[in-house]
Design a protein around this ligand. Sequence first.
Ligand code: KIV
Ligand code: ZN
Length: 513
Amino acid sequence: MNEVRIFDTTLRDGEQSPGISLDVAEKLEIAEQLARLGVDIIEAGFPIASQGDFEAVEAIAKSITGSTIAGLSRTGFADIDRAWEAVQHAERPRIHVFIATSPIHMKKKLRMTEDEVKEEAAAGVKRARGYCEDVEFSPEDGSRSDPDFMTEVCQIAVDNGATTINIPDTVGFGVPEEFAELIVFVLDRVRGDYVVSTHCHNDLGLAVANSLAGVKAGARQVECAINGLGERAGNAALEEVVMAITTRSDYFGHVETNVRTEELSRTSRIVSRLTGYPVQYNKAVVGRNAFAHEAGIHQHGVLEDPETYEIMDANTVGQEAAQIVLGKHSGRHAFSDSLAKMGIRIQGDALNSAFTRFKELADRKVQITEADLEAIVAEELGAGYVHRYDIVSLDFHGGTSSTPTAKVVLSDESTKVDAEASGNGMIDAAMAAIAEATGVKGRLTDFVVAAVTGGGDALGDVVIQLDADGIKVSGRGVSTDVVEASARAYLNAVNKVLRLRERPDTREVEIGP
Ligand code: KIV
Ligand code: ZN
């Protein structure tokens, strides 16, 4: 087979990154973009983990077409039944069953013997296969397992109906040559009709290298996540895996993926905005400097012939300069038309509030680019379904000779609330005023500010992480003024905290092995 399937786990393993908590609307937005990107499989979540996870997987299964929709499940029947309940509506559903096979996981986490693990794997896969033709099996911590035992369990999974065998380097312990040998060993040992897959974590910065070594050795599915999101140091970055396979197809035996690479940069930006995880400037493929040449000698060479210093064309990954799309005279029609051309579909209240925000910003910023539009829409979607508080007005004063103060008026459904506060700076004062007005006082655990595009009138894009009595959320705000952007980010986070307080069932619960 010359095709390498791309299995995206941004919404499952990626969502397990500390501080990321996406609601159903945000997950749907990401899933739509992943389908547009052309990934073969979207792992939409872990349905038994929480009611919120279940609802998101179900909503994605009901509305996304073109990609297979997978739900993760342990081997217990309750997990598998729940996973099926969520993915059954998909055009092409998949159940992904896993159980650990390494000595440390079996002893310390599962408290199971080898025989018990074998029985669990057999029963779990069989039950999943009773529901669905497409069943994936993963021996968790595969790279630290005894290869003989691990492949024995994989054989049991295949014999009971698994069609994909995924080898996880769960703790990022593998190195490329050794991981490739493991893939060859699986292919040699496990008989039957199945596809071998890789799932590599990045604890040693080797996730992409290990995944590619797996492909070279015969793996025909790679599990990866946009921007390399995932537990701890993350998973293999999808954009890097895809572009390595595309650019060095000669080396990898002329294999191909189905990914529409021109959508990579936009997907990266959408995921970054909705998760609140920034993309490092020099990140391969999708970083804003990935195609920027600073040294004069490089610039000269690139002007003569881009191939002197570029191995990929920026256009093939959608990195062309964000074009100017709209100005302050643009109407609602042009606004939604531009969004549609960018593949963004929002309707109803979200469209109305995004348009209002666009008009406010267009009054202050002459040219609104594609990247600005994405930021505005992401801020609106980031507010989620229930947009409890909105900013009516925000005034702040500060300087080197006076105490910074801020006054905020917020709409709270049909009424208004206001508060005044002082702080260490105007940003601090604005956030303190919002905390006072809403009663949500949290600890700011992260604060990142970046410009959406270049220029003095660039939109400031602020991402914060807030911990309010153990509820950890991210918030995002954009504005031409960085104090206002920060206040918006804070309010965005407050709205999420209130939503989670109202619906504790949508929060992730700690689940055992
Ligand atoms: O890292 C891992 O082992 C996983 C499995 C559930 C595939 O995420
Ligand atoms: Zn993982």
